[in-house]
Ligand binder design. Structure first.
Ligand code: TXA
Ligand code: MG
Length: 309
């Protein structure tokens, strides 16, 4: 995992030329491009097969860099102070002369911004010296990659460089909070609702206004095999994603034998991929508690299964 500074410098140079780079973050692997280069961002949408109305997160090294692209209010300052660098994305009004092109924002006058905590993401951002858009490095609609191997399998063919940061510690995408009017939770994630409400007070429910939350597609993060949720006893021929004490066996992957939600989040996408490869007729998933990180895990599972919302 010792990535020499030379590799980071080469990756930054590839980004300067408009190339795409596979970048580890603490949540999932991202496919990064220069946020200010519309040609690079167009190539990124193309590499992912992503609809161009779904805007991208701009990654920055720290709050000072974030302020060059987004207009911070007091709520944004408090959240950034509490959770950055880390798995929290803030949707804020775009700043004047921000180096984030229209295409990266899908034409919105807002920008999603986050400072990732992974040391290699930090090193790349500092070497590049500007904002990098980076969606998860999967093809659109597929599970997010949590290892370099999974990222290379999804979008490696489009990348000019790739950095190996080891398996992602969090394993689920960042929490997305809009701070445009009342604070809204657009995507549950690694920073829990309770942790944010402890700072801002109660969050408003996200609505289905496509303009405000364009990424809330129902089917998302999907494996090829059909997924059945809340299953305590898988049918013959099915793979099973267990949670908590459970029998071991062929075609059984345990998200966390001890029932630990952080461990389950870190294992979720890798286990989904493994179960998807084993040739089972379907993937059955054990019930996962809904509190804390369980909100984000259940959100990803419902989307992977194709349920609305
Ligand atoms: O953990 C993460 O956030 C990962 C890593 C690589 O940083 N990135 C990631 O990006 O999950 P992506 O593109 O897969 O998800 C971005 C989400 C989408 O749901 C998108 O709709 C939303 O953020 N988003 C981006 N810009 C927005 C904006 N201006 N307004 C509302 N939602 C926005
Ligand atoms: Mg994604």
């Amino acid at each position: 995992m010792d990535t020499p500074p030379a590799q980071v410098a080469l990756a930054a140079a590839a980004l300067k030329r408009g190339g795409l780079v596979i970048m580890p973050t603490e949540t999932v692997y991202g496919l990064a491009a220069d946020a200010g280069n519309p040609g690079a961002v167009a190539a990124l949408y193309e590499a992912k097969g992503r609809p161009a109305f779904n805007p991208l997160i701009s990654h920055v090294a720290d709050q000072a860099a974030a302020r060059r692209i987004a207009r911070f209010d007091e709520r944004a300052e408090r959240l950034a102070a509490a959770f950055w660098p880390g798995p929290l994305t803030l949707v804020l009004p775009i700043a004047d002369r921000a180096a984030v092109c229209d295409l990266a924002r899908a034409g919105l006058d807002t920008v999603a911004v986050r400072a990732p905590g992974h040391p290699l993401a930090q090193a790349l951002l500092r070497a590049f010296g500007g904002p990098l858009v980076a969606p998860s490095a999967n093809r659109s609609g597929r599970p997010s990659p949590t290892t370099l191997a999974d990222a290379l399998e999804e979008t490696g063919a489009s990348a000019a460089a790739a950095l190996d940061g080891g398996p992602c510690a969090v394993g689920l995408e960042s929490t997305v909070i809009a701070l445009l009017d009342a604070p809204r939770l657009l995507r549950p994630g690694a920073v829990t609702r309770a942790a944010i409400e402890a700072i801002l007070g109660p969050l408003a429910e996200a609505d289905d206004d496509a303009r405000r939350s364009p990424g809330r597609l129902a089917r998302h993060y999907a494996p090829h095999s059909p997924l059945r949720l809340e299953i305590t006893a898988p049918a013959p021929g099915e793979a099973w994603l267990a949670f908590g004490p459970a029998r071991a066996g062929e075609r059984i992957w345990n998200l966390s034998p001890t029932g630990d939600l952080a461990e389950a989040a870190a294992n979720l996408f890798a286990h989904l991929r493994a179960a998807d490869r084993c040739g089972a007729s379907a993937i059955a998933v054990a019930p996962i508690p809904r509190e804390g990180l369980g909100e984000a895990i259940n959100d990803r599972l419902r989307r992977a299964a194709g349920y609305v919302g």
